[in-house]
Every structure is written in structure tokens, then in C-alpha cells.
Design a protein around this ligand. Structure first.
Ligand code: SAH
Length: 360
């Protein structure tokens, strides 16, 4: 990579280790300087070149002249009654994204966005209502984690990363792979791949590529229906990649030992929550090493569906369990601040997206 002229400086945040090594080589420096730079940017979250005291002053000056260390701007932070924190970040082009930090008894889970908006238009998802605005760059994905880490209380640690915020990660495949490589790199942020989960609506070719990539992150699939007829309506991409193709790809997915695929299933009153739907789901998943996360729908004005009663949710779960399928009911977290699944949406016609699921 060539160093670009001042005026169009390269953003170091988002560069891979190899790219940093090449960048310093362009300055006549040995590769290990690239490794030091990588460590400063990601593991030590440096904001300035002045901090990088073990790099030669001359190199730091040249880096300062030709490159920059990009960062998201924290615009707002809301804290839910249940402790969930929602962050609104501004990108350098003025676009906005949301990132959520979810505490449980033992650790924090960071829920990252991968795009501004989303192109997939699932019928019950507010991000989908925004439409697709743009992909996030690798640096913008990684910086969500760095920004959250900066905001932690003493003693807090982020234990899990989930790509379950705004956007469809596999639609932004190359950026995601690069970001995940940096996030999991021992010299970068060092999150073990088994602590990272990528959630997809089911883009089959990219699922296959992800399996071949050797990244080793967990895969979650947003299923929501067990027949093409219903899934076509709820998850429009199903028309391109119908269930049969999706399940063939998932059955062939190279799962590391002792790991399971996760299926997410949003339960919608009277639409996909009947006993018959549960039976069909059992049939579809037979023999797969998997677990099912049941998500009772989070409601909003712009979403033309209702959440089923607790009773219906539990009876759906019972049918799965009696067929020996691991099934958990995922409690909505951060509902009072619209931080729950499917409720992330920025910079649109916010009025029409106002949630009704508010607890306040
Ligand atoms: N695009 C990816 C990543 C987003 S993950 C995917 O679809 O998997 C966000 C999860 O929240 C998905 O499982 C999505 O289907 C679910 N979701 C969307 N809208 C929701 C809503 N209104 N209530 C509950 N879950 C919802």
C-alpha cells in the first residue's frame, strides 16, 4: 500500500497487521515496527502518535503527516433500567450507528452494528425499515469495541461480541472478515473466536465462504419460519435463498467440535407461533447440532405484528424441548431505551419508528 498524500490520509484503524507492516516498510522500517503499531492502535487503543513512545520519533512524525487514527464520536448514551447501555456513535461522514452493551451476571456482551441501515427488509425489524444506507468499514466495526472499552467501569470486561446490531454482517462480508481478524488477533483486541457470534439472515454463498475462512466464530441464523411460504413473507431474502438451500449449507457448515449453530426465531403472535409451526421447526432441524433462541417480538408502531403471550411462547418452547432441541427464551434487554433486538434505527423518520414497547 502506498502512503497517500496529505489531504487524503490513510486511516490506520481498520488496517490489518500485514497492511501495517507494509506501511512501515514503505518508510524503510522493519516489519516489527508494523507489529508495534498494530499493538498500539488496537491493543492499547492509542489516539495519538505521541503515545507510541517505543516507535522512533521520525517514524511517528511521518505517520502523523500521512495517516490518521480514526475514531467514532460518542453522541449519546442511554442506560436502561435493566442495565443495558445503548451508545449512539457518529461516523466521520456524519452517519450514525448504535451499539449496545448488555450486562448479565458474569460478563458484558457487546452488540455491534455492521451497516448503517440494512438492505434485507425483514418484515418485523426497524433497522430494515431504514433501508440500506451504507456498509461500515472495518475500522468503524472495530472502533465500536474500542469505544465501549473506553467507557467501562473499573473491573468490567467485555466477554462476548455479537454481530447483532444494525445491518446484515454477511452483506458486508470483506469488511466483517477483516474486522473479525483484528478483533480476534492475539496482538489486536484478542477476543477468542469462540466468544464472537455472527448473526445472519441466511446469505448462503457467504455462509459457505465464512465456513471456509477458518475464522472459527460462532454462527447464528435468523430463521423465523420453517416453511418457504411463511419465510418469504417475513424474511424476503428467502425468495433468493430458500430454506432447502439454506439448510444444505448449514448442514455442511464446518462446526468446531463441541459447538452448535444457533437459530434465532422471533415469535410473532398468530403468525409463526402455533404448535404446527413448532412441529415444522422440529422437522427442519432434526439431526443438526444446534440450539434455538426464541425471541418474543419487540413491538413498535412501524412493525405490523404483535408479541405472543408468555403462555404461547412457553408452549412453543415445550414442543421443541420435548423433541430434544435446546431452546431458550431470550428476554428482551433494554426495551425501555429501544436497545432491544430489531429496534435499532438511527437518522430516519424517527417519529414513525417510535416504539410502543417502552416500559416508561
Ligand atoms: N441481520 C442479521 C443481524 C441482526 S441480529 C440477522 O438478521 O441475523 C438482530 C436479531 O434481532 C435478528 O435475529 C432479527 O431477526 C431480530 N429481530 C429483528 N426485529 C426484531 C423484533 N422486532 N423483535 C425481536 N427480534 C427482532
Amino acid at each position: 500500500m502506498e502512503l497517500r498524500a496529505v489531504g487524503n490520509p490513510t486511516d490506520l484503524k481498520g488496517l490489518s497487521l500485514e497492511e501495517m507492516e507494509r506501511l512501515v516498510a514503505d518508510h524503510g522500517e522493519p516489519a516489527y515496527r508494523g507489529r508495534q503499531l498494530f499493538h498500539w492502535i488496537y491493543a492499547r487503543a492509542a489516539h495519538t502518535f505521541a503515545e507510541m513512545t517505543d516507535l522512533p520519533i521520525g517514524l511517528r512524525a511521518r505517520l502523523a503527516e500521512h495517516t490518521l487514527i480514526g475514531a467514532l464520536t460518542l453522541l449519546a448514551k442511554e442506560i436502561s433500567r435493566d442495565g443495558t447501555r445503548k451508545y449512539l456513535f457518529g461516523c466521520t461522514d456524519g452517519r450514525q450507528i448504535e451499539t449496545v452493551l448488555i450486562p448479565d451476571e458474569r460478563r458484558l456482551t457487546a452488540c455491534l452494528s455492521t451497516q448503517v441501515g440494512c438492505a434485507l427488509a425483514c418484515a418485523f425489524c426497524l433497522t430494515g425499515k431504514m433501508g440500506f444506507i451504507r456498509h461500515l468499514q472495518p475500522g468503524e466495526i472495530v472502533d465500536q469495541v474500542l469505544a465501549l472499552q473506553r467507557d467501562l467501569q473499573p473491573g468490567e470486561r467485555i466477554g462476548n461480541l455479537v454481530l447483532m446490531g444494525m445491518g446484515e454482517p454477511l452483506h458486508n462480508y470483506d469488511a466483517i472478515v477483516k474486522a473479525l481478524t483484528i478483533l480476534s488477533h492475539p496482538m489486536g483486541l484478542a477476543y477468542p473466536p469462540r466468544r464472537i457470534t455472527l448473526s445472519t439472515v441466511g446469505l448462503v454463498p457467504e455462509i459457505v465462504r465464512l465456513g471456509q475462512s477458518g475464522l472459527g466464530v460462532n454462527l447464528a441464523v435468523s430463521l423465523h419460519a420453517s416453511t418457504d411460504e411463511l419465510r418469504d413473507r417475513l424474511v424476503p431474502i428467502n425468495r433468493r435463498y430458500p430454506l432447502k438451500e439454506l439448510m444444505v449449507a448449514l448442514r455442511a457448515y464446518p462446526l468446531p467440535s463441541r459447538r452448535r449453530l444457533t437459530f434465532e426465531y422471533v415469535l410473532i403472535d398468530g403468525v409463526n407461533d402455533r404448535g404446527q409451526d413448532a412441529q415444522e421447526l422440529v422437522r427442519l432441524l432434526r439431526g443438526l447440532r444446534c440450539k434455538v433462541n426464541l425471541l418474543p417480538l419487540n413491538e413498535a408502531h412501524a412493525i405490523p405484528f404483535r408479541r405472543p403471550s408468555r403462555e404461547r411462547v412457553e408452549s412453543f418452547q415445550r414442543i421443541l424441548r420435548s423433541a430434544d432441541i435446546l431452546a431458550t427464551i431470550r428476554e428482551s434487554r433494554g426495551l425501555d431505551i429501544s436497545a432491544a433486538c430489531g429496534l435499532l434505527a438511527t437518522e430516519t423518520n424517527q417519529k414513525s419508528l417510535d416504539t410502543t414497547g417502552c416500559l416508561t
